[in-house]
Design a protein around this ligand. Structure first.
Ligand SMILES: [Zn+2]
Ligand SMILES: [Zn+2]
Length: 345
């Protein structure tokens, strides 16, 4: 089968690989029909993710059709249409019993990281019963690819952890796919104001179409002043960090109102200063989280009911044969205006 293989920092190629086979009774083999590329895949290519070694098939998002199941799999059978979760969960360990699937002792984020992933014609899914979701008949499967990772990530790590409330003011720092996923799902709670912050005017325009009430371009280094002005010097009740660099987290520290919550989503590779000298008396909460995908069934219902249009996030389409062009397009989003790219087998 064809698969996109990581060959160490800066190197990848579309290779001919052996089709995966069942390894354990709880495994399933899924014929992938559609997948996508995540910002995290670009981090891997930069060499930022040491658990992902050379020779690994990348990808942790996608939909497909069950091709084969192990003898212990009871929830799925050959031919079932399934959504692949970016998080693998055994359902039995201490963390899974707490619904903290991201920290499953034998699962978590392993797909396209510690085991071969979804940017391939076939993928082996561990613990299929608890790591796959059934796709209802007639569903828009392309839209559901957004449910493998970015919608639950934006919702759980940003909106739920950020305690977004009706009538509150929130800021989302970073208007990439994850920030936009937080923007779309924050609106479940009817915040009064959603201020989107980014360096890219095109992404801020997209954010307005997606429901942002105000936008701030942070290029001039004065985003904190701009957000404070927009909030009458009060700051925001929730600041969602959706970039993963020191400057954007420190911006959240500057714009958070007393009693507010800073919800980090970004993947941070370097240290960030915590300004306790100005924050110690502000009654703040700071949260961090790796997506647990506990909200996936709920989000699936919301997308199915068309209350949320996940297709808004999809800007480009490629065939697996052109996956390198897909990476090029996704990796140069400032020029291509790419959000999520769909790769069809
Ligand atoms: Zn991802
Ligand atoms: Zn577990």
């Amino acid at each position: 089968m064809k698969a996109l293989v990581y060959h160490g920092p800066g190197k990848m190629s579309l290779d001919e690989c052996p089709k995966p086979t069942l390894n354990a009774a709880t495994d399933a083999i899924v014929k992938v029909t559609k997948t996508t590329i995540c910002g995290t895949d670009l981090h891997i290519l930069k060499g930022d993710v040491p658990t992902c070694v050379s020779g690994r098939i990348l990808g942790h998002e996608g939909v497909g059709i069950v091709d084969e199941v192990g003898t212990a799999v009871t929830a799925f059978k050959k031919g079932d249409h399934v959504l692949i979760s970016c998080i693998t969960s055994c359902g039995k360990c201490e963390y899974c019993r707490k619904q903290m699937y991201s920290h499953c002792t034998t699962g978590g984020w392993i797909l396209g990281n510690k085991i071969d992933g979804t940017q391939a014609e076939y993928v082996r899914i561990r613990y299929a019963d608890t790591s796959l979701y059934p796709i209802p008949a007639g569903a828009d499967e392309e839209a559901l690819v957004m449910l493998s990772d970015i919608l639950p990530t934006g919702f759980e790590c940003g909106v739920l952890n950020g305690k977004v409330q009706p009538g509150n003011t929130i800021a989302i720092v970073g208007s990439g796919p994850i920030g936009l996923a937080a923007l779309l799902t924050a609106q479940f709670y009817s915040p009064a104001d959603i201020i989107m912050v980014d360096l890219d005017d095109n992404r801020l325009e997209v954010a307005k179409r997606f429901g942002a009430t105000k936008t701030v371009n942070s290029k001039d280094g004065k985003a904190a002043e701009a957000v404070m002005k927009l909030t009458g010097n009060r700051g925001v009740d929730t600041a969602i960090e959706a970039v993963g660099v020191a400057a954007t987290f420190e911006l959240c520290e500057k714009i958070i109102a007393a009693g507010g919550t800073i919800a980090n989503i970004g993947v941070h590779g370097t240290k960030v200063d915590l300004h306790l000298e100005s924050l110690w008396d502000r009654n703040l909460t700071i949260t961090t989280r790796l997506v647990d995908t506990v909200s996936t069934p709920m989000l699936l219902n919301v997308v199915q009911s068309k209350r949320l249009d996940a297709n808004l996030l999809i800007t480009h389409h490629f065939k697996l044969d052109d996956v390198l062009s897909a990476y090029d397009t996704f990796g140069h989003a400032a020029n291509t205006n790419a959000l999520k790219v769909i790769i069809t087998m």
